[in-house]
Design a protein around this ligand. Sequence first.
Ligand SMILES: [Fe+2]
Length: 186
Amino acid sequence: MAHLTVYDDYNPAQPCLATADRAVLAGHLALAGILFEQWSAERPLPEEAGDEAVLAAYADAVAALRRDRGFRSVDVVRVPRGIAGAAALRARFTFEHTHDEDEARFFVEGSGAFYLHVDRKVFRVVCEAGDLLNVPAGTRHWFDMGPDPAFTAIRFFTRPDGWVAQATGSPIAGLFPAYGPQPLPA
Ligand SMILES: [Fe+2]
């Protein structure tokens, strides 16, 4: 189940809001300019399914999103549980950064947490299968796949060379609760 925790930035000890209500979650994110939608993600994917098989299983949703949102290309990131080098892979995304284009992710298996740093707030969004999140271009953010990562996400791009992470140099990501097995704030 998707979950949102909102903090004042640099005050990770005291959440302002914690909710698993999808309408509340999507509404708060929309006010911050962040698109969050629920799509169906119930197609079974065999363990050995490659990128093409994942895209084929979700061809309808992918076509609709490309048509409606102007995305020009897609690919798949699939991290199976128990992957070698999980800690190093996780560390590639757990620092605050921006991109020159939107970072749109449609989770079709598993989960992970995006942290968006917008207008002196940090929005921690735990995404699960069926969740579509779009991090707008230029938005400071980081992503935590947790210590035991397992997820599949379809990634959408508006330009072929846009997904280059520009680090902000801020230590903020290290201040906030990591994504992991601990319970989420109620
Ligand atoms: Fe990113």
